[in-house]
Write a protein that binds this ligand. Structure first.
Ligand code: TGC
Ligand code: FAD
Length: 391
């Protein structure tokens, strides 16, 4: 892969809206990605192997639980810092951002929000330091967009719960130490359970042959009469709103992350267009290539403004789920379109692993599907503005 010459795009001087802390956190993450992620990520994706040597560095830059309070091992940062960290990591690779998103918003967040003090003390510091990795099991083979239909269930056996069922498409499952599992009790009410590797009857087979998110490990969670201690149920919230509340936080992170992938594609295409000569001039001098590049810069700038505004609303506790859905949907679509256009700017070279664009493009096919598909987020906006659920 070519050396990482990335230069960030800030067409509307958005840096002026950031605090010194935001810029420091962002620059530290950018430096980490250049130093640790860029040199190894292409090979990891080609080999379809999660580069677990990155875990400690991700923990050190505060990517695990950026907004979780310091007393539990988190970085105690605000929502803009969290977003900027996701942006910079996804600039390197969506799969690495996935690991950080899942750890922060889908594992640490539910334990922090819905867990007991004992659960927080037991798990959060180890998750923040990367000593422990978690995953989040909501999706099932027959229930993806409609998680409320889940059949994974647990029965009260007096001194423990008996868990049965299966989850699929679970990021980090093959190597996770714990899984946040959403399952129905005997009354059909959804609860979150912390299932630990090593519990008898709990297995996590890996899903192979993905063309997307190849540097991220994806797998299943199988529960065959698993005895889960009662103290592993998170008591703070039940019902579908509990997992969906975690998704709000993760979807917000993706709205920023997708900007990172788009910025990397744009930056690569711009540099290539200035260097590559055809018909005696750089292709950047041709109107058709300028149209592509000018539209990319415009769309990235709009997405940056949306993410920044959403971050300020989240800092004030005012962002709605529907506002988050709109930003996730818009920014991921923006990124995937830019990846496709940027690849064309590179001609044949665009399909090789010499450049990051094709990897981003393939990754974004997962990003546009997980955490709620493109269609589902549109229907969430539809419900919000009309009052009619069309799911
Ligand atoms: P509905 O009846 O609308 O809602 C049920 C209850 O949930 C509440 N609620 C929310 N609460 C918090 N945040 C949200 N975003 C919420 N949306 C809804 C709602 O108020 C209600 O509460 P209550 O108290 O009245 O019971 O539920 P529905 O069954 O009609 O479904 C609505 C729908 C389709 C929007 C929802 O099911 C949905 O979002 N589906 C998409 C599923 C999804 O996003 N799955 C993601 C799996 S995790 C993942 O992909 C991780 S990838 C990680 C990575 O690698 O980065
Ligand atoms: P389906 O729900 O079957 O949807 C198929 C198609 O139908 C889609 O186009 C969808 O938009 C459309 N559709 C569905 N319902 C409607 C409707 N009402 N109206 C119109 N169109 C509709 N899940 C987890 O729980 N944890 C994870 O860590 C996780 N990681 C993932 C990692 C990867 C790489 C991938 C690909 C997925 C991951 N997922 C995870 C699962 C992801 O959230 C689901 O794939 C997603 O929610 C969609 O579910 P589905 O694949 O079953 O598609």
């Amino acid at each position: 892969m070519k050396p990482d010459l990335f230069q960030a795009l800030d067409y509307y001087n958005l840096d002026e809206l950031l605090t010194d802390e935001h810029k420091m956190v962002r620059d530290a993450t950018r430096e980490f990605v250049k130093r640790e992620v860029s040199p190894i990520i292409e090979q990891a994706a080609q080999d379809a192997k999660f580069p677990d040597q990155l875990i400690k560095g991700l923990a050190d830059i505060g990517a695990f639980g950026p907004y979780i309070p310091e007393e539990y091992g988190g970085a105690g940062l605000d929502q803009i810092s969290y977003g900027l960290i996701m942006q910079e990591i996804e600039r390197g690779d969506s799969g690495i951002r996935s690991t950080a998103s899942v750890q922060s918003s889908l594992v640490m967040y539910p334990i922090f929000k819905y867990g007991t003090e004992e659960q927080k003390k037991k798990f959060l510091p180890k998750l923040a330091s990367g000593e422990m990795i978690g995953c989040f099991g909501l999706t099932e083979p027959d229930h993806g967009s409609n998680p409320g239909g889940m059949t994974t269930n647990f029965k009260d056996k007096g001194d423990h719960y008996l868990l049965n069922g299966a989850k699929m498409w679970i990021s980090n499952s093959p190597f996770a130490d714990i899984a946040i599992v959403w399952a129905k009790n005997e009354e059909g009410r959804i609860h979150g359970l912390i299932v630990e590797r090593g519990m008898e009857g709990f297995t996590t087979p890996e899903t192979h042959n993905k063309w997307s998110l190849r540097a991220s490990a994806t797998g299943e969670l199988i529960f065959d009469n698993v005895n889960v201690p009662k103290e592993n149920l998170m008591p703070g919230k039940s019902g579908l709103g509990a997992p969906l509340g975690c998704l709000d936080s993760a979807r917000y992170g993706i709205a920023w992350g997708a900007i990172g992938a788009a910025m990397d594609c744009y930056d690569t295409a711009l540099r290539y267009a200035k260097e590559r000569e055809q018909f005696g001039v750089p292709i950047a001098a041709k109107q058709l290539q300028q149209k592509k590049l000018a539209e990319m810069v415009t769309e990235i700038t709009k997405a940056q403004l949306m993410a920044w505004r959403l971050g300020t609303l989240r800092n004030e506790g005012k962002a709605t789920s529907a506002q988050i859905s709109m930003a996730k949907r818009n920014n991921v679509e923006m990124a995937i379109k830019i990846a496709r256009e940027a690849r064309q700017v590179l001609g044949g070279m665009g399909i090789t692993g010499e450049y990051s664009i094709m990897r981003h493009m393939m990754n974004l096919e997962s990003v546009i599907t997980y955490e709620g598909t493109h269609d589902i987020h549109l229907l969430i906006t539809g419900l919000d503005i009309t009052g009619h659920a069309a799911f």
